[in-house]
Design a protein around this ligand. Structure first.
Ligand code: ZN
Ligand code: ZN
Length: 342
């Protein structure tokens, strides 16, 4: 795949330099694998192809939870759904979701704050329980998305096929989940050398299957113990396991699809990212995606009045406890800078 789309046009060069989507070196331990700038580095963008067996698993874990979500609806009005299931599903949804938004995304991809070791590992584990792939792969894909946003090289832009109705429909499918069926693997040495050089994160990355298994077995165990029945374990598996995973998948994927197609662009016009308010709560603040592309390292994405951002609130709590520091909060100066870079 060519990287020529990253080359700037004369119009781009006349603009002030946008804030970098990449990050300052982490504060954490471990020897950094030094890497040249991943935008132009000598390493290839891709690192081989996903093996067939692994590809089958990816397909299964995309299709099965989605089918579960569809078949779930009639259950809601009949038997087999209790308050325990709802409580477990909501709890696991937000723990795993915030592991992705505060952990994988704002901390590991963009270094919007610094974290102590315990918090760093906890965030890596919580995100790994969301069935969104291993942490280093996730971060590498997402950094590639920021570097090549809506151009060739972006792993999941909806705008790679044209602007006709058919092309937009195809683009939506590709951005939402179609890209996951592609077998190209992002080169992690090029896009995530900082995580590869962190022994703790490498370990969590290697244990990804274990954390995913725990994400399914914990609801079963808790559902069984709370209801003291095998039936309670089964319904918890269904609602707090499969349905919860499917729901979080679709909300996360909506940031890639809907939030590059529908909504407002108050901050940056460099790409097609949008702010889409209806998903603010379920996406835990990630649907303020236009601000995020304008200022990727900012810890808060919902910077406007009334723009709910649960992830930013969680980072604020981490800061109050002293677990996070050097948080890159939005400031008047920072916002003026990103607004000027339109
Ligand atoms: Zn985006
Ligand atoms: Zn991002």
């Amino acid at each position: 795949m060519s990287t020529s789309a990253a080359a700037s046009t004369p119009a781009d060069r006349s603009r002030p330099t946008p804030p970098s989507p990449m990050t300052a070196p982490p504060d954490d331990g471990g020897q950094l694998i030094t890497s040249p700038d991943p935008r132009t580095g000598p390493r290839p963008m891709l690192h081989g192809r996903r093996p067939g067996g692994e590809q089958l698993l990816v397909t299964l874990f995309i299709v099965l939870p989605t089918l579960a979500l569809v078949t779930a609806v009639p259950f809601a009005w009949g038997w087999g759904l209790t308050w325990t299931d709802i409580g477990l599903a909501v709890s696991f949804y937000f723990v795993c979701g915030l592991g992705v938004t505060a952990g994988f995304h704002r901390y590991f991809t963009h270094r919007a704050f610094k974290a102590n070791r315990a918090l760093r590992i906890a965030l890596a584990i919580a995100g790994s329980m969301a069935f969104q792939g291993s942490i280093i792969t996730w971060v590498a894909d997402h950094r590639r998305h920021h570097i090549f946003t809506d151009k060739e090289g972006d792993p999941h832009s909806p705008w790679l096929f044209g602007t006709s109705a058919a092309a937009v429909a195809r683009g939506f499918w590709h951005a939402h989940l179609g890209w996951l069926f592609k077998r190209d693997l992002t080169d992690t040495y090029r896009f995530a050398p900082d995580l590869l050089s962190d022994p703790d994160i490498r370990r969590v990355n290697q244990q990804n299957v274990g954390w995913s298994t725990l994400s399914l077995t914990m609801p079963v165990l808790l559902g069984g113990l709370i209801s003291w029945s095998w039936w309670g374990a089964l319904t918890a598996f269904f609602w707090a396991g499969l349905v919860r995973i499917a729901a979080l998948h679709h909300i996360t994927w909506s940031t890639n699809s809907i939030c590059h197609m529908i909504g407002n662009r108050p901050f940056t016009q460099r790409d097609r990212s949008t702010n889409f308010w209806p998903l603010a709560i379920l996406s835990m603040g990630e649907s303020w995606h236009n601000l995020h592309h304008a200022d990727p390292t900012c810890a808060r994405h919902g910077v406007g009045r009334g723009q709910l951002d649960m992830t930013a609130r969680l980072i604020w709590i981490f800061e109050k406890f002293g677990w996070a520091h050097d948080v890159r909060w939005p400031s008047t100066r920072r916002l003026a800078r990103v607004t000027a870079v339109q």
